[in-house]
Design a protein around this ligand. Sequence first.
Ligand code: ADP
Ligand code: MG
Length: 972
Amino acid sequence: MGPILASIARATGSGVSNGSASPPPPPPQHTQGATNGCLLPAAMSSPRRPGSQPSRGGRTPWSPCGERGRLPPVNRCVGMVMWGQQPSPEAPGLEDSLCAIAVVGRSCALYPRLPARDGGGTLPSHDAAQASAPCGRDAEGRALGSFQLGHQDNIPSCTPVQRALMSLTPSLEKLQVVKCRMLEAMDKGLSQETHAQAAVRMLPTFICSTPDGTEKGDLMVVELCQSHVRTLFVTLLGDGNQSPQLTYKIFEMPADMLQGTGEALFDFIAQCVHKFLEEIGTPQHRLPLGFVFPFSCRQTGLGKAELISWSKGFQCSDVEGKDVVQLLQAAINKLELYHVQVIALLNDTVGTMMASSWGGKPCEIALVMGTGTNSCFMAEAELVEVVEESNGRMCVNSEWGCFGDDGALSDVLTPYDHRVDQESSNPGERRFEKMVGGLYLGEIVRHAMLMLAAEQALFIGASTSVLGNKDAFKTQQVLEIMEFGEILQSVAGLLAPECTATLVPSADTNGRGVAMVTAVAQRLLTQRHEVEQLLAPLRLSRVDLERVQALMRQEMERGLGRDSNVDASVRMLPTYVCNTPDGTERGDFLALDLGGTNFRVLVVRVMQEGIHMASEIYIVPTSVMQGTGEALFDHIIECIMDFQTKQNLMEQVLPLGFTFSFPCQQLGLDKAVLLTWTKGFSASGCVGQDVVQLLRDAAQRKQHVALKVVAVVNDTVGTMMACGYDDPKCEIGLIVGTGTNACYMEERKNVGTVEGDEGRMCINMEWGAFGDNGCLDDIFTTFDRMVDEKTINAGKQRFEKLISGMYLGEIVRHILLAMVDKQLLFRGKPSLKLQTRDIFQTKFLSTIETDGLALQQVQGILRDLELDASFEDSMLVREVCQTVSLRAAQLCAAGLAAVVEKMRENRGLAQLAITVGVDGTLYKMHPHFSQNLQQMLRDLAPNCAVTFLQSEDGSGKGAALVAAVACRETSP
Ligand code: ADP
Ligand code: MG
């Protein structure tokens, strides 16, 4: 008989215990009152406020707390239950944190019950009068001796018994101090720099979600315990999962296995899995397995964990420093159980938390009060600095039993604690656990009695020899004397008044908790896989972007070529702007800006000291935009005359620069033939006409003879010129607003469409149309096609539709709809609003992607779209926004890389230093667009040092500067 069969024969209970566990009862109605226990740190659960935003390396320190008062002493752990609770005077109106704590006592009933409270849930109040009468009685005549003793350690009138009790009874103030130290210790464990030395380790578990009831399918758990291996098989129906079907079996482990080889241990575990599956006869489909391995591990992913060191009597060779998930998988594969896939390493504390989440009510803290003590809770991922991920939440296993091992509890420890510690197998270690855990409470009482007996304060004349025996007192006996749960809750409430917690006793004897953790891990993995699949086409590789860059370069060459120009998708229009400002420009100019968000008239004074401007915004009524060309240009002249009158400029003849942001074939600096209207304009009789002439004709009609139009430019050129006035290196203009476009200074000899070889000319690329000839087709996703199909210019401006403000929100909306369809978002329920075109604005991307923005604010935006977003939904929406805006910035970088590399080659330089003048709300307002653009550009064009200069009022100032440069050139 092999070891495995032997252990099955020796399995507990009836030899082989196959039990279908019944569902645990729903948690009791929780007692909620003024003094309910604490919960999630306010700092971790409430929206971060601008200005007080904790960030990596600069987190808000946990603030000390100023609570005064007294409390029932019973057990000193009580006050420390609450961590992270921060008084929030700066955030009035924030809702109290509300959350459930799962509480479990394992090997002894340290947390026996939650006593039902009377309606109000009130506790004995401890006012000052009672406090100063330590030996008095309370209102019900109950002796207060053990309830009211406090911090006055040296009251001369106290008896030795009272003094002993007092030393075991820290005041509320003291507990506040301990609480603050616990917060500091936790902070230390979370921080990147101090994590390694921290007493409270705060180990990341990579569990980023609590059960939501949609978990579905078969799964397995294998649990390595002290003397046995437990295997579990669970079937979840996705129906809320309150009654999962669960089968388990226990395999006893040969005692010598603990010190044998690692290989033998993992082979044994794999054999248990094999045997178990054989007996229950499961199907051969893929079976995810969660591995409960209760040793200290360096976990770097759900299914990736290196054993740091063995403990609890285990010392198997060749395991420390290795990935135990891999070791188990390898052992399972040896048995050819290829369908069993180890997906996650689990911690039993997390299991306790998960077991108590039910019916859509997440439990986000677990408190283990058993032989030892531990806790875990859902923390904001950005606080867990040892993990890269900074979005969402992650369950952190505090390992708080070691709190105090660095001396943090030295002034709370009593002589009895020191004796207990010294008699333990690990003196100096796990000091907090030794004040709290069931293994030690009886011992503390025994030592207190021993010392009192020695002082002749107790058991006078009686034999106390029995007290000399270790473990003479059982924790159970201690607990029978007090109401542990009520005290835990009430003191927690006093120490964290801003938090409201529900204590849910967890009776997880059948492994439902770890099964739920495995189910959540499996759900997360499946969802992640589907999300990745959906977003993959939007994530461009370095190779993709290099190809876009090369294609842009190719289209640029074609656009510049005299013969190839006609069918190039990038038009490369000459602008007849041949110089950028040199700073010597002077004078007063008029400027017009038509084609941006507003129509404006400006007067620009260019002086030695700088540029001064005055401007006026005029409305162009839709009827005029879409009426006759004559009416439109008459309206423009009327606005100019009105402006000149107001500015007292009627008597002067000022040179005028005209920013006309529509695609034009330019034939001279002051001659531009309109190719097509865009942006809602459709005035008749204009396309194919020189717009400067149309303006002059209108001036004639209005008898406004003193109008001298010297230049017509597009907004891209205006932006370059405006920035060029401040930085002579600025020879590129870029717009990323409603649309996108770029211009740059090209060698005139390369411009095949214009005569002349000397010097340079600014080329208006009209790059928004890049790809209209199909060259980008394999980059477009189904989402891009859906967006394009619904535009008024389907098939046109394809590059622009991947990048600019008019489209990004719409792309996001289509992705969200697809995710809803695949049940990945909003529990599969779309809203009518989300099906409305353009409802998801590009400015939402800017808000949603803002660093440190509380997810509540994302939820707010989504609520306006009638979407009820969970925490995970909000995270996913944020990821979609990030993916879409990142792609836009990277494509823009690929385009720019083609431009700067061409300029560098044109000039025969090894290195080019150049400045790009930029305008457009998307570029300026999006929190990451510019950074992503610049980073990708550095990558794609490493030999160009590119500076970005944001233009202020590029179109107005720029038009005037084009006029000024033109005047500079023509003046003697
Ligand atoms: P235009 O390009 O018409 O001259 P803008 O440069 O102001 O105008 O760009 C307007 C576009 O910017 C809008 O169409 C909108 O999509 C986008 N936008 C507006 N606000 C934001 C914002 N906060 N973040 C990102 N994009 C925005
Ligand atoms: Mg603009």
